[in-house]
Each structure stands twice: as structure tokens, then as C-alpha cells.
Design a binder for this molecule. Sequence first.
Ligand code: B1M
Length: 212
Amino acid sequence: MADYERMKEVILTGRVEEISGLVKQALGQGTNPQDIIGQGLIAGMDEVGVRFKNGDIYIPEVLVSAKTMHIGMEILRPLLSKGEARSMGTVILGTVKGDLHDIGKNLVGIMLEGAGFEVIDLGVDQSPEKFVEAARKKEAQVIALSALLTTTMGEMAKVITALKTAGLREQVIVMVGGAPLNEKFASTIGADGYAPDAGSAVEKLKKMIQRN
Ligand code: B1M
């Protein structure tokens, strides 16, 4: 049984030197990489978020926790990517303009790769034009947008408008996510799908791709 409580504690306290050992130990015990991410790494970051919000910890601690989680992720990423050999489709992924948060976006990318999608990650602070250009160039089936700030969620609507202007809206599924979003917001801006977390993003996208 993987020691999820200890993993969460190590992420929370930012003990970068300990996370690799714990993740490798869990893998050695036969634990599914996606379970390690969900119940260990993400659960740890969730708690970091709560403490940051409550003012119990500050930005430097948050960054060390994020680094700790990334180290764990780097061990798991190649294992997830072996999930399926055939590509389920090409996804252009990124965090919208003005927004620098990338931890959740990276998780979504890793999980999508694990499910067999080809993921082209544009990074953070990406303009609508960048998404449109990448979708056209790569003949992508999906644009996946992340936003963590209430001040940047509106950028998602601009991406959809830019897709319409470019004549690409009908060819591309637009999926949105991020902590301040919900189903209603996604539907208001005309997105095709919303997912509250990385796991459900994969499930929803698989279904949408099959329907198309
Ligand atoms: Co910022 N930050 N931050 N931050 N930060 C939040 C988001 C905040 C809620 C904290 C708070 O005040 N309680 C708040 C936003 C308030 C709001 O707008 N409602 C906030 C703020 C205000 C800010 C700054 C403005 C602070 C400042 O400078 N005064 C600033 C903005 C910088 C900018 O972007 N322009 C800022 C900066 C930062 C850091 C750089 C220090 C750092 C980011 C580091 C990085 O990403 N590389 C940071 C962090 C780490 C956080 C918190 C603590 C944690 C975010 C995180 O990584 N969570 C966050 C508080 C919180 O969330 N409780 C906070 C873990 C991650 C796994 O979850 O990203 O939600 P999340 O992703 C989830 C789901 O949302 C979903 O799946 C993921 C996992 O399952 N999901 C998708 C995400 N994208 C998806 C896309 C999908 C589907 C699902 O489909 C495409």
C-alpha cells in the first residue's frame, strides 16, 4: 500500500529530496501511477492551496511544494505516456493570456498524454492568436484551456471568438478548466466541455472525441 499520507506531508513541507524515494517505493509496490498522482501528489497540492488561502503559508513555500510535486511527476510522466500506443487526437493545451499558473494545466497534459492524446503544450500566458495558430498548424482536434484567476477566465471567450474568426470553430473541440470555472461559465462562453479536474478532463474528452 502506497504511503499517500507521507507523500502529502512531503509535498506540503516541500521536502524535495524525499519525494523521489516515496514515488519509486509506491511504484515498486505495484501502485498505479494515476493513483499516486491523484491520492498523493494532487492531494498534497490541494492542501497547499487551502493553507495558502488561509494565510498559513506564503508564496515561497508554495513554490517549493510545487517543485516537490514536479519532481514526483517527472518520474511518473513516462509511465503514463505508455498508456496507449495510438494517438487519440492532437490537443493544443495552454494557460490563457495574463495567467501564469501551470500546475493544474501540466497535470491535465500529463493525464491526456497518459490516455493516448498527442499534447502540444504552449505553456502559460498564451494569446488567443497563439492557440488559433497552433490549432491550424497542427490540425488539432482539441484546444484545452486553463485559467486560475477570475481576472483571466474571460480570455477563454476570446479564444473561441478568434477560432470563429479564423473559420476553425466547427473543427475544434474547446475544453476549459481551472479552479474558478464551472459548467455554467463554460456553457455561457460557448465551450464544448468543462472538467473540474485532470481525471475528468480525460474522461470527458475521450467521450467527445468518440462522438465527433
Ligand atoms: Co496563485 N492564485 N496567484 N499562484 N495560486 C490562486 C489561484 C488563488 C486562488 C490563491 C488565493 O488567493 N486563494 C488566487 C486567485 C484568486 C482568484 O482569482 N479567484 C491566486 C492569486 C490571486 C495569484 C496572484 C495574483 C498573487 C499575487 O501576485 N498577488 C498571482 C497571479 C500571477 C499570474 O498568473 N499572473 C499568483 C501567483 C501564483 C504563484 C506563481 C505563486 C503560484 C503558481 C505557480 C505555478 O503554477 N507554476 C501560485 C499558486 C501555486 C496558487 C495556488 C496556491 C495553487 C494553484 C495550484 O497549482 N493548485 C492557488 C490557490 C488554490 O488553488 N487553492 C492560487 C494545484 C493544482 C493541481 O490545481 O490548478 O486548480 P488547479 O488545477 C486543477 C483543476 O483546476 C483542473 O485540474 C487540475 C487538477 O486536477 N484544471 C483543469 C486546471 N486546468 C484545467 C483545464 C482543463 C480541465 C481541468 O481542461 C482544459
